[in-house]
Design a binder for this molecule. Structure first.
Ligand code: TXA
Ligand code: MG
Length: 337
C-alpha cells in the first residue's frame, strides 16, 4: 500500500494520474472527500467494487455511493430524474448530499446491493473531483473504514483501519465536514432522509418546498430496513459510549464512580458542551464546540483519539434537539447503541 501526500487544494496532476490508473486497473484507492475519506473503486466494474466489500468486510446487502463530477454525469446513471432531484442537486452539489434515484442497467447490481436505485453524490473536495475527472468513470466509495468502525477523517485513520487492504491512500489532510453526507431517497413521491447530515431536513425542505420525511421516524421495529446501511450500532468507537444530558450530571457522576472502581479500565473521558459541568477529577474532560458544524468536524477525530488512548468509557453530553444537530444526534446514538 502506498501512502501518498497530496495537496488538498491543488492536487498534483501526476499523483492524481497514478491514482486514476490504479482505479482503471480495478484497484482500490482511498481518497479525501469533504465529509470523510472514501474507499474508491471503478463503479462500473463489478469485480473492482467487490474488492471494496472484501476490504471493508462489508455485507453484500449494504449498497455504496457512486461519486460523479456533474449533475449530467449523475443523470446518466439514473433511469429517471425528477424535478426535485434537479432542485437539490443545483442547491447542494458539489457538497455533502447524496441522492438515491432509480438506476440504469450500466450501474452494476453490486453497487446498489441489488436494489433498483443507486445513491449518487458530487463531492466538493478538490482531490475527489480531480480523481473522478482523471478516471473518467464514476467512483464507488463507501467510507474508508472496516464495517461498523468509526469513519475516517484523516489518512492515518484509513491506514489504521484498512492498512494493506487498500492499494493507495491519498493523504489530503483532515476532512472538513467530518460526518458522512446526508442521504435522501427520491424514489417515491415524498423525499425521505435516510441518513441525516450537515445538510439538514429544514435546508432540504426549503429547497424542495414539500414536506421531507425521516426514515428513522418510519422504521418499524421489525421488518426490512428502509435504509439498508443504517444499523443501530454503527460509527462506533471501541470505548463504551454513554450519552447524558447536562441536568443529569449527578446521576452520571454516580455511575462513573461505580465503574471507576473496576480494575483494568483504560480511563474515562467526557465530551462536553458545558465546560463548567462538575465531573469527577479523574475524568478527562474534552470541551466540544457548541456549534453543529464545528462539532461535526471534531466528532470522529475526537473518538479516534480516545480509542487510540485506550479510553474505556466516553460520556458524551447530548447536544440540543434542534434540526441543525440532527446529523450529530444520529451518529451519537449509533455510537452509544
Ligand atoms: O459522505 C459520504 O457519504 C461518504 C463519502 C466517502 O462520500 N460515504 C459514505 O458511504 O458514507 P457509506 O457507504 O459509508 O454510506 C452510504 C450510505 C449507507 O447508509 C447506505 O446504506 C446508503 O448510503 N445507500 C447507498 N446506496 C443506497 C441505495 N441504493 N438505497 C438506499 N441507501 C443507500
Ligand atoms: Mg460508512
Amino acid at each position: 500500500m502506498a501512502l501518498v501526500a497530496i495537496d488538498a487544494e491543488n492536487p498534483e496532476p501526476e499523483i492524481i494520474a497514478r491514482a486514476a490508473d490504479l482505479l482503471r486497473r480495478g484497484q482500490l484507492v482511498a481518497f479525501p472527500t469533504e465529509t470523510v475519506y472514501g474507499l474508491g473503486a471503478n463503479a462500473l466494474n463489478a469485480t473492482a467494487v467487490a474488492r471494496i466489500f472484501a476490504a471493508k468486510a462489508r455485507p453484500a446487502w449494504n449498497p455504496v455511493i457512486a461519486h460523479v463530477s456533474t449533475i449530467a454525469d449523475a443523470r446518466a446513471l439514473t433511469a429517471s430524474w425528477p424535478a426535485i432531484a434537479d432542485l437539490l442537486a443545483t442547491a447542494f452539489w458539489p457538497g455533502p448530499l447524496t441522492l438515491v434515484l432509480p438506476k440504469r442497467d450500466i450501474v452494476p447490481d453490486i453497487v446498489s446491493a441489488g436494489l433498483p436505485a443507486v445513491a449518487l453524490r458530487v463531492p466538493s473536495h478538490a482531490v475527489a473531483r480531480a480523481l473522478i475527472a482523471a478516471a473518467g468513470f464514476p467512483i464507488a466509495a463507501p467510507s474508508a473504514n472496516r464495517f461498523t468502525e468509526l469513519s475516517p477523517t484523516t489518512a492515518a485513520h484509513v491506514e489504521a483501519s484498512l492498512g494493506n487492504r487498500v492499494d493507495m491512500i491519498l493523504n489530503g489532510g483532515s476532512a472538513d465536514v467530518g460526518i458522512e453526507s446526508t442521504v435522501v431517497d427520491l424514489t417515491s413521491d415524498q423525499p425521505v432522509i435516510l441518513r441525516p447530515g450537515v445538510i439538514s431536513r429544514d435546508m432540504i425542505a426549503r429547497v424542495v418546498g414539500v414536506p421531507v420525511g425521516m426514515a428513522s421516524d418510519r422504521q418499524p421495529e421489525h421488518g426490512p430496513r428502509l435504509s439498508p446501511g443504517m444499523m443501530d450500532r454503527h460509527y462506533a468507537p471501541r470505548a463504551d459510549v454513554w450519552l447524558f444530558d447536562a441536568p443529569d450530571v449527578r446521576a452520571l457522576r454516580q455511575s462513573l464512580a461505580q465503574r471507576e472502581s473496576r480494575a483494568g479500565d483504560g480511563g474515562i473521558a467526557a465530551m462536553v458542551l458545558d465546560w463548567s459541568l462538575a465531573l469527577p477529577e479523574q475524568v478527562r474532560v474534552i470541551p466540544m464546540p457548541n456549534n453543529p458544524s464545528a462539532y461535526a468536524r471534531a466528532l470522529y477525530a475526537t473518538l479516534h483519539d480516545l480509542d487510540a488512548s485506550g479510553s474505556a468509557i466516553v460520556a458524551i453530553e447530548r447536544p440540543p434537539f434542534t434540526d441543525a444537530w440532527a446529523g450529530i444526534h444520529d451518529r451519537l446514538s449509533r455510537a452509544a447503541h
